[in-house]
Design a protein around this ligand. Structure first.
Ligand code: GTP
Length: 595
């Protein structure tokens, strides 16, 4: 295909505004998928995506479009995720395109992720086509949404904004024409040495790592000697091809094209997303800029449930290839054995990774309570970075601790403001700015990441009845009064239950925690004390009742000698249990999560 007839574009939008539905519609209209193959959300094919109804991974599809001018165009569409935790995927996809459809739900208008994604696209100087979706719904407020779009960008005049229903297909043909007319064709040079961006990858047991590539310059042929510049890795490319939407082999790919190369490389770590692919024979001089690595926001320990460490290790490595925004280092816990300390973009990301490990690799994991990164200055001036609460230094050695603060922008209708500000205050947020955007209010807050990383998003949805939306960006590390809570079960500390909290929250949280643990720690033959310690003092305690009734109190009808025998046995058991052998189920760790 001539470059002038290629369009590479993404669909960007706030969560649930209908990206995947529009992508389905585009594939149907261009007959990329036959009627037989059509089922809703074709691209959200991962089990986790179907379970949660959200896109997690960006997808790529090549479509052929018969334009009104009678010519055929190649449309490479990249579907992107909308959840806050997956902004990184959006930025990655946009690096491979020249333009994007900015999709807005007419019933909800411009939301936080609409603005966040709009900014990412603008930074990349992409051409945008504003599209209003769901105009078929009676609750659609088209005028309000048009005004908000115009506020966002003065170029988005009502005449420029297309109005569609991705569900019924109304207006979608006009979107296809607009892609041809408004988006630029790629500008690469076919006669330069090969230069391609690896924008995604996947592991295939037969073909090794499959690299998703966007060709900038030159040509790519199957069976060619290739080089990954950053990874300094040479290999012989196996098959190459395009996604339609399944993998579809081709003889060659040219500048401007989007497709894949089966690398045959078995070690997932050797193919890095953001790397530049070139040919060994005539390598390009300058590699592409690549990506900023994603910054992990939340950390948690992942441990194999049935002690199958090798299986977990392999799964984690492969998953990291497919999703490099998740990081891992090996760690050892006394309670749980060998596992990994993993970094995530947020807690929803953590949940998704856990489910993917189960669905795609058959590995079940125990996850410890997530935490953020703390910077600790010791009294001797030394600096320690703590990603694992267990390594949080003893309180007597600490001079000060800083934790990450975020700038949270909450976009909402005016009548939600009070409820949202109250919620933010409960989470130690301070208001920086209030601004109007059309009939919406944008509140900018400074708030500790540890407060918003867990349940904040769902609480926000709940207090605002689904109307408020959130986008966050790292601000700075600032001093906070934080303490380490250690938990003992049967007088033995359980390292994997250690966590860090704000001092003022410690009494309340530990009371709730031990109450939760009372019902989740597996019962033993003897009463099991569970206690939470802060700075050496026990501040909460509870006894997990024994499996059987205590002979000493409940044995009224037994003889004294029987009672004594029972008590002797119980105390012997207790002594034997001085080292903790209680196997902890996931529900114990969830007891912390649910606080
Ligand atoms: P994420 O991938 O989670 O970010 O969502 P998305 O933006 O891909 O949204 P998706 O396509 O999954 O659509 C969300 C919901 O809106 C689905 O239940 C769709 O059926 C519905 N929907 C999408 N477009 C329309 C439309 O034009 N009209 C109506 N009535 N419903 C729509």
């Amino acid at each position: 295909m001539k470059q002038s007839h290629i369009r590479n574009f993404a669909i960007i939008a706030h969560i649930d505004h209908g990206k995947s539905t529009l992508a389905d519609q585009i594939m149907a209209l261009t007959q990329t998928v036959s009627v037989r193959e059509q089922h809703a959300q074709l691209l959200d094919d991962m089990t986790v995506e179907q379970a949660h109804g959200v896109t997690v991974k960006a997808r790529t599809v090549r479509n052929y479009y018969q334009a009104d001018d009678g010519q055929e165009y190649e449309y490479n569409l990249i579907d992107t995720p909308g959840h806050v935790d997956f902004n990184y995927e959006v930025a990655k996809s946009l690096a491979a395109t020249e333009g994007a459809i900015l999709l807005v739900d007419a019933t909800q208008g411009v939301q936080a992720q609409t603005i966040a994604n709009y900014r990412i696209a603008k930074q990349r100087q992409l051409t945008l086509i504003p599209v209003l979706n769901k105009v078929d719904l009676p609750s659609a407020d088209i005028d309000a949404a048009l005004a908000q779009l115009n506020d966002l960008d003065s170029a988005f005049t009502p005449e420029q904004v297309l109005q569609i229903s991705a569900k019924t297909g109304q207006g979608v043909p006009a979107v296809l024409e607009a892609i041809k007319q408004r988006l630029p064709a790629p500008k690469g040079n076919l006669h330069q040495p090969l230069k391609a961006l690896v924008f995604d990858s996947l592991y295939d047991p037969y073909q090794g790592v499959i690299a998703y590539v966007r060709l900038i310059d030159g040509q790519l042929k199957s069976q060619q000697a290739l080089r990954l510049m950053q990874g300094q890795q040479d290999f012989n490319g196996k098959t190459i091809g395009v996604f339609a939407p399944q993998m579809h082999p081709q003889e060659s790919l040219s500048a401007g094209d989007v497709g894949y190369v089966a690398t045959g490389i078995k070690d997932p770590r050797k193919v890095r997303v953001g790397d530049t692919l070139t040919s060994v024979a005539t390598p390009t001089q300058r590699p592409l800029a690549g990506y900023q690595p994603a910054k992990s926001m939340a950390f948690a320990g992942l441990y194999p449930k049935n002690n199958d460490y090798p299986a977990l290790k392999e799964a984690v490595q492969k998953l990291n290839l497919n999703d490099p925004s998740f990081t891992y280092v090996e760690e050892r816990s006394e309670a749980l054995g060998v596992g990994f300390r993993c970094g995530f973009l947020g807690t929803f990301h953590l949940q998704i990774i856990r489910e993917r490990l189960h669905d795609e690799y058959g590995v079940d994991v125990l996850t410890t309570a997530p935490n953020v990164t703390y910077h600790v200055t010791l009294t001797n001036g030394q600096q320690v970075i703590v990603n694992n609460p267990v390594q949080f230094p003893a309180f007597s050695l600490i001079k000060e601790v800083t934790e990450p603060f975020m700038k949270a922008e909450i976009t909402m209708p005016a009548d939600n403001l009070n409820a949202v500000l109250k919620l933010a205050e409960q989470h130690k947020g301070t208001l920086i700015d209030l601004a109007n955007s059309g009939d919406l209010i944008v509140a900018s807050l400074k708030i500790p990441l540890s407060e918003i990383a867990y349940h904040f998003f769902s609480e926000l949805k709940s207090v605002s009845h689904g109307f408020a939306s959130l986008s966050t960006a790292f601000m700075a590390n600032e001093v906070s009064d934080l303490v380490k809570v250690e938990v003992d079960i049967n007088y033995a500390p359980v390292d994997a239950l250690t966590f860090i909290v704000h001092r003022e929250d410690a009494p309340n949280m530990t009371q709730q925690l031990v109450a939760n643990l009372k019902t989740t720690v597996p019962r033993q033959l003897y009463p099991t004390p569970v206690q939470a310690r802060v700075e050496g003092k026990v501040i909460a305690r509870v006894d997990v009742p024994p499996l059987r009734k205590n002979a000493a109190v409940n044995g009224e009808q037994h003889s004294t000698s029987k009672k004594a025998a029972l008590l002797r046995r119980q105390s012997a058991n207790k002594r034997r249990a001085s080292k903790n052998t209680i196997k902890l189920p996931q529900s114990v760790f969830n007891a912390i999560l649910s606080l």
